[in-house]
Ligand binder design. Structure first.
Ligand code: HT7
Ligand code: ZN
Length: 861
């Protein structure tokens, strides 16, 4: 497969101002006629050749200026025409087979309905087209089909007309007035029902809102939270970013077969059911948050992505990083800012940091790819958001808003670049981002080393930075790193104000006067920079910050650091028994303070109780021994649970008395309740089994029920079996809840977890054709260290077998399973060999997809 390089970008020689599509719909066969009005693009190098991308389709006929022609050739999957004049009309007819489309890209069938997924390069599986984001067109879409099978016919924009056809068919015509790239095209046809509402925009325009689900499934009652979230997002975007919605309708359709979370097609968002449906009986508090966040994310794309789109796919972070930041700020405003920041940083450290230190590392604006689907990554999305967040930290919220306003005004209706965004931010916010641009071009998580020296009344902070080498980037330059810091007086427990310092050299020192006694340093408060901090801090400083820091993120950070430092030493074998006991006692003391602190709300308390993840701990070590990390982490938990058993039981009892509601207090209570069980399961399994079984039976909501079942799934008593059988029988037929049932077992701490996964793969409800189900079983196992890193190598073999089986059906989903195996260089040698062998077995398979092939080659490379 050929490599596409950012530096090779050239404007397309032809503009396509208008497109008319005509669909004759059928599940087995759909006929598509596309009429493209094309004219030469004066901004591009002239060429008479019009290249229309295709993927797995053939033209039935081709017309130029209304006359059928044979003057076309295929160049691989693409159709080439030579056009003599300045402007022409080009028509192409194709026939496609939605029901046979297991890749879920292009037009496909899902439970009897037809829907599309065109980002990034799915439109070319529907018809021949310049399928690149810098070709913007207005679309008119006519579709006709059986009125019984497809009573609802939807596309982008506004419904223009509709009517009855012959033989029980009907038709509809939609027109989208906003020019858009082909990746934002969408069509849905099916037997759907909708929750409807309206939103009046800030300029007084009434927008009809609808959320569609399959008729007769009971799903309609579960769309209330999604609708409320949408309305809140529309209002927030007006108030915080000054962005108004621009069509008369906004439709959302929920689909159960979907490769990713959702898709921001203009005026017709298509969602994985997972991010639409929620009610207390079937969705956890986490699910509620995810629905709110993804609904907002896709809605916000209407400006950051649709009105201003991307010039090419190297600019993906322009829309994704920016939109993730926007959805993070929204969710922070809707709930607890501190808890949201902690959750976002946990994802960054657990997923993006490992990506940045492994073989798949790439800058947020990549330089080359073979398959663009492989670059929808935590780096492009989450680190991309962090990079824009840093601009906001540097400018402050008001000036940042000015930069955003300028960006939207200047590039409205255009296909823009990351450089355009940076320039608008420089001019609008008044920043000099010359050196900052390195955040776009350099991969790798910077490591900042800090040493504090105290002499007389002077404090010196000596900082240095190192950006590690990554594939293809052996040498790095220092980047500007904004760090919020505060110096605490441990006696008074106060500091003299937070300061923002920017480390923009390889080494620098920052001096503070007037500190008669040595202060305690709180650094990277609010996680202002996506970096790893290395410093030698006394345990007593961490204990102090964990109890007293007035920045909630920094308090959480101190708690994490306390545990990370201890576990790193414990895993390396450098602790005597006595030192280990001392370390555990210090952590127990800090946890006891967290449990007793009445100023803390339970949502925040719950965060402070969560131990650093296995993934984050592994990241701290050059070469990790997953068995040792898992063993030490669990042993620490058991010790803490024994030391604090009474407190955890009391916490569980207190929280269990709080009745169900979606209030922060009730959500906090549910969070700490399950946290208490997780600890007790390690320290006193018999007691935990009893308490979890009681929680399971008493549950009147999915958060409590799932929390209890998760704990039981890892235990070996009889309650485990009872609860698992009960859960399945209670929810069979509800796909999203059955996904939970698969996940909880595959992610469990049970010693026979791999046997359970094998048995579940044979369960009648398991299927390789539904990505949610595949992820529920296999991704849960691949991120479960005790299962995936089983010393036998069986976890690696099972993932490799899955990839080989899934690749011919759904390469995009298959390729996502390569990354866990790709970590082999950072794992101890015995397991590393087994992981590499699994990758080599995949690489040796004949006819791998471009998606999986690219990831495997990079992982071995
Ligand atoms: N912009 C959307 C990306 C997406 C996608 C990409 C590749 C293959 C399938 C896909 N489905 C959705 C989602 C988003 O980030 O908003
Ligand atoms: Zn997005």
């Amino acid at each position: 497969p050929v490599e596409v390089r950012r530096e090779d970008y050239r404007p397309f020689p032809w503009a396509v101002p208008q497109v008319a599509l005509d669909f004759t719909l059928g599940l087995e066969e759909t006929q598509v006629t596309a009429r493209l009005d094309v004219r030469r693009n004066p901004a591009a190098e002239a060429s008479p050749v019009l290249r229309l991308n295709g993927d797995g389709i053939t033209p039935l006929w081709v017309k130029v200026d209304s006359a059928e022609t044979t003057g076309w050739v295929m160049d691989g999957p693409d159709l080439l025409l030579t056009l003599p004049g300045e402007a022409h009309s080009v028509e192409v007819a194709t026939a496609i087979a939605p029901a046979a489309n297991t890749q879920l890209m292009g037009l496909y069938a899902s439970n009897g309905m037809l829907c599309t997924q065109c980002e990034a390069e799915g439109f070319r599986r529907i018809t021949f087209f310049p399928d690149r984001p810098d070709v913007l067109s207005t679309y008119t879409v006519r579709m006709s089909g059986d009125a019984g099978a497809f009573p609802v016919l939807l596309s982008n924009g506004n419904l223009v007309s509709s009517g009855k056809g012959e033989g029980g068919t009907h038709w509809a015509e939609w027109h989208d007035p906003w020019p858009k790239p082909s990746y934002l095209f969408a069509l849905v046809a099916g037997d759907l029902e909708a929750r409807r509402d309206t939103f009046t925009t800030c300029s007084g325009r009434k927008v009809e809102l609808a959320i569609f689900v399959r008729r007769g499934t009971g799903d309609l009652e579960r769309t209330g939270h999604a609708m409320e979230s949408l309305i809140r997002a529309m209002k927030w975007d007006e108030e915080v970013f000054g962005r108004e919605y621009d069509l008369d309708v906004f439709n959302i359709v929920a689909v159960s077969d979907f490769n990713m979370g959702a898709m921001e097609n203009k005026g017709l968002n298509i969602f994985n059911t997972r991010y639409v449906l929620a009610d207390p009986e079937t969705a956890t508090d986490g699910d509620y948050d995810a629905v709110e966040g993804v609904i907002a994310h896709e809605y916000f794309h209407n400006w950051s992505g649709n009105r201003v789109t991307c010039r090419d796919w190297f600019q993906l972070s322009l829309k994704e990083g920016f939109t993730v930041l926007r959805d993070q700020l929204f969710s922070a405003d809707m709930g607890s800012e501190a808890v949201k920041r902690i959750e976002d940083v946990r994802v960054l450290r657990g997923v993006q940091f490992p990506e940045d230190s492994g073989p798949l590392a790439h800058p947020i604006r990549p330089d080359a790819y073979r398959e663009i689907s492989n670059f929808y990554t935590a780096t492009v999305y989450n680190k991309g958001a962090e990079v824009i967040r840093m601009m906001r930290v540097l400018a402050g919220p008001e000036r940042f808003r000015k930069g955003c306003d300028l960006y939207f005004a200047r590039h409205d209706g255009e296909a823009a670049t990351c450089e355009d965004f940076i320039r608008a931010m420089e001019e609008g916010a008044g920043l000099d981002l010359t050196q900052f641009r390195l955040w776009y071009s350099q991969a790798g998580t910077p490591r900042v080393t800090i040493r504090m020296a105290h002499d007389g009344d002077k404090v010196a902070l000596h900082l240095s930075q190192n950006v590690p080498a990554t594939p293809g980037q052996p040498d790095k330059q220092p980047m500007p790193i904004p760090l919020k810091v505060a110096l605490f007086d441990p006696q008074t427990g106060a500091h003299r104000g937070e300061q923002l310092l920017v480390l923009d050299k390889a080494e620098d020192s920052f001096i503070y006067q007037g500190y008669a006694s040595r202060p305690v340093l709180s650094v990277n408060r609010g996680f202002t920079a996506p970096v790893a901090i290395a410093q030698d801090v006394p345990t007593s400083d961490l204990v102090f910050l964990a109890a007293h820091d007035d920045d909630p993120f920094a308090r959480y950070e101190a708690m994490q650091e306390l545990v990370v430092t201890h576990l790193k030493e414990a895993v390396s074998g450098s602790l005597s028994d006595e030192q280990r006991d001392e370390g555990r006692a210090a952590i127990a003391g800090a946890l006891r303070a967290v449990l007793a602190d009445e100023r803390l709300d339970d949502l925040m308390r719950g965060e402070l109780l969560i131990l650093p993840s296995h993934a984050y701990l592994s990241e701290q070590m050059l070469v990790a021994d997953p068995g040792a990390i898992h063993g030490e982490r669990q042993a620490l938990r058991a010790d803490l649970a024994r030391a604090l058993e009474g407190e955890f039981v009391a916490l569980h009892e207190r929280a269990s008395a709080v009745p169900y509601s979606l209030s922060p207090q009730a959500r906090g209570a549910r969070k700490v309740k399950t946290q208490a069980l997780i600890y007790l399961a390690e320290g006193n399994p018999a007691l935990a089994e009893k308490m979890a079984a009681a929680q399971y039976r008493a549950a009147d909501n999915m958060t409590d029920r799932q929390g209890a079942l998760m704990v039981l799934a890892g235990l070996q008593g009889p309650e485990r079996t009872h609860a698992l059988i009960d859960f399945y029988n209670r929810y069979r037929g509800n796909a999203l809840v059955v996904d939970k049932w698969f996940s909880l077992q595959a992610g469990s701490l049970h010693p026979q977890v791999l046997d359970h996964v094998k048995a579940l793969a044979e369960h009648p409800d398991f299927t390789l054709t539904n990505p949610n189900r595949v992820r529920a079983l296999y991704m849960a196992m691949a991120v479960n260290p005790a299962a995936f890193h089983d010393a036998s190598g069986e976890g690696y073999r099972m993932v490799a077998d899955l990839i080989l089986q899934l690749d011919p059906l759904n390469p995009q989903t298959a390729a996502r399973f390569v990354a866990p195996l790709g970590r082999w260089r950072r794992i101890e040698p015995q397991r590393a060999n087994l992981m590499r062998a699994a990758l080599e077995r995949i690489a040796a398979a004949p006819s791998l997809s471009r998606d999986t092939h690219e990831q495997v080659i990079r992982s071995l490379g």
